[in-house]
Design a protein around this ligand. Structure first.
Ligand SMILES: Nc1ncnc2c1ncn2[C@@H]1O[C@H](COP(=O)(O)OP(=O)(O)OP(=O)(O)O)[C@@H](O)[C@H]1O
Ligand SMILES: [Mg+2]
Length: 503
């Protein structure tokens, strides 16, 4: 066994290797590799070629030597010349005299006027696959490249694979981050044209500049969290964190330690010290979702945070001070909870300094189609169908539906219709979940609607089904229903129903 490297250059190489693998820009890594290899090998010229897998070609990524600029214009077929041969076989190759080797291709040498005597090539591999080749041409002292040089070259090829892989992974991560950031930003865009949503946005903008505690209410899926994020994003605290805590997701003990943190050993399971959300959000915003679900003892502690900005870590006697803006949300009627005695009145008034109410989607019908189009734009790229559009009937169905799950239901319905839908270029009514499966329990689905809305919804559905059953004939349907034809016609245009004629 050999304890010392056979070539002193190997230890120099080991010294520069950490440097090489710490550079994360692919182009710089490749340049550094070739510069070091040229210096260490005292080579006349060297180059690094990369494999273009789809075109089955090798191209010069980096080159040194007199002809380095011209060389970069060339591409080599896999299998062509010495480098092409090495890329194809994946094995290193030393050719001391190219004129005696049938694999030698003199095209580049002749075109650039660069005389070549000896060549050494080693493959660069990543996960068993050849991704490139390092090529050395002649030594500066005029001697041919020797077998002993191959060891150094092999070390270089290993180092190069690691460096390239790291740099490429890093690039992927950077790209992914850019993508995620864009994605996140677009997630906080509030879409809507109705008066109601414009009022919500205007109020959010107004409160954003202050520290005023704000209560956001509205049914599930109306966009409460979106509005909270908007307030944080456009206000002076935007550079600090917004922390979201869903009060319903924790037991009392866990919620307390989540918010305030705990000292090691303060309760069973507290195996180490934990920083609470309040400390992390210091200077920023705390969004307390489903605030009505808090226990009475936690309500007292939250009140203290809002009033004094102080709290105690679980298990710690000394209070901590933070600067936090609190935004709370609930889909319950908090005042009702106060009357029932489950929510503290003082906390209610503290939270309710500014109240933003987001009406359900069925009460701001102007937003339905704009939102639908927004979600279609968002999801159609997933299906790779850039031209996917709504069928006019689909628009009508969406416009008239009562959306018990609000914007979240609309978004889910469109995502599903885009991904699962059968229409080639259009989203059809039957692609919508509620249109495809006729309502099982209508009364249940209509919970939360006013009686008028429920009746309208029933009438629309009932009339359409009868019309369909009669093949769209207004005359026959009117007879079955026992109403005047003219009255049915009025209902048809009121509800935008389909008949034989307008189908
Ligand atoms: N006006 C809007 N524009 C664009 N997207 C919206 C809008 N309103 C809601 N959404 C989207 O609908 C989904 C539900 O919104 P969000 O989570 O803010 O609702 P929520 O009121 O907090 O619901 P829950 O009460 O269930 O927590 C999210 O994906 C959100 O991005
Ligand atoms: Mg929410």
């Amino acid at each position: 066994m050999q304890n010392r490297p056979s070539d002193p250059r190997v230890s120099i190489l080991k010294d520069i290797s950490p440097l090489l693998t710490s550079v994360l820009d692919t182009d710089s890594v490749l340049e550094m590799i070739i510069e070091s290899v040229t210096r260490l090998m005292e080579a006349k010229a060297s180059s690094l070629l990369l494999v273009d897998k789809s075109r089955k070609k090798l191209y010069f990524q980096v080159a040194t030597g007199e002809a380095k600029e011209e060389v970069k214009k060339f591409e080599i077929e896999l299998g062509q010349g010495i480098a092409g041969h090495v890329a194809l076989t994946g094995k290193p190759l030393l050719v001391p005299d190219v004129s005696k080797d049938s694999r030698w291709d003199s095209t580049i040498s002749e075109a650039t006027g660069f005389e070549t005597q000896s060549i050494a090539c080693v493959p660069i591999k990543s996960k068993q696959e050849v991704i490139g080749v390092i090529q050395i041409i002649d030594r500066e002292d005029g001697q041919p490249i020797r077998e002993a040089d191959m060891e150094i070259l092999s070390h270089f090829s290993e180092l190069s694979s690691v460096a390239i892989e790291r740099a490429r992974n890093y690039k992927d991560i950077v790209n992914e981050n850019i993508y995620l950031k864009k994605e996140l930003e677009s997630r906080y865009e509030i879409i809507g044209v109705s008066k109601a949503i414009e009022q919500v946005i205007a109020d959010a903008v107004k409160v954003a500049n202050s520290k005023t505690t704000t209560l956001i209410t509205g049914e599930s899926g109306t966009g409460k969290e979106l509005v909270a994020r908007l307030i944080h994003k456009i206000g002076p605290r935007r550079k600090k964190k917004l922390m979201v805590v869903n009060c319903a997701a924790f037991t009392d003990t866990l919620l307390e330690s989540e918010l305030f943190g705990h000292e090691k050993g303060s309760f069973t399971g507290a195996i180490s010290r934990k920083t609470g959300v309040l400390e992390i959000a210091d200077g920023g915003t705390l969004f307390m979702d489903e605030v009505a679900e808090m226990s009475p003892s936690m309500q007292v502690k939250l009140l203290r945070v809002i009033q004094e900005g102080t709290f105690n870590r679980v298990g710690s006697p000394s209070p901590m001070q933070v600067d936090i803006r609190v935004i709370a949300a609930t889909n319950k009627n908090l005042f009702e909870e106060v009357k029932r005695g489950t929510f503290r009145e003082d906390l209610y008034y503290r939270l309710n300094v500014v109240h933003i109410y987001i009406p359900p989607l069925r009460e701001r019908r102007d937003d339905i189609l704009v939102l639908a189009q927004h979600f279609l734009d968002k999801y159609r790229s997933i299906r790779g169908a850039a031209n996917l559009a709504f069928d006019p009937n689909t628009l009508e169905v969406m416009q008239n539906y009562h959306w018990p799950g609000n914007v979240r239901e609309l978004e889910n319905a469109i995502e599903r219709a885009v991904v699962m839908g059968g229409g080639e270029h259009v989203v059809r009514p039957e692609d919508l979940p509620f249109s495809a499966t006729p309502s099982g329990d209508t009364a249940q689905e209509l919970l939360g609607c006013s009686l008028k809305e429920a009746l309208d919804s029933f009438k629309r559905d009932f009339l359409q089904r009868n019309l369909d059953h009669q093949g769209g004939s207004v005359k026959d349907t009117a007879k079955i229903l026992g109403i005047q034809r003219t009255y049915l016609s009025r209902l048809i245009s009121k509800y935008g129903l389909n008949t034989r004629r307008n189908r």
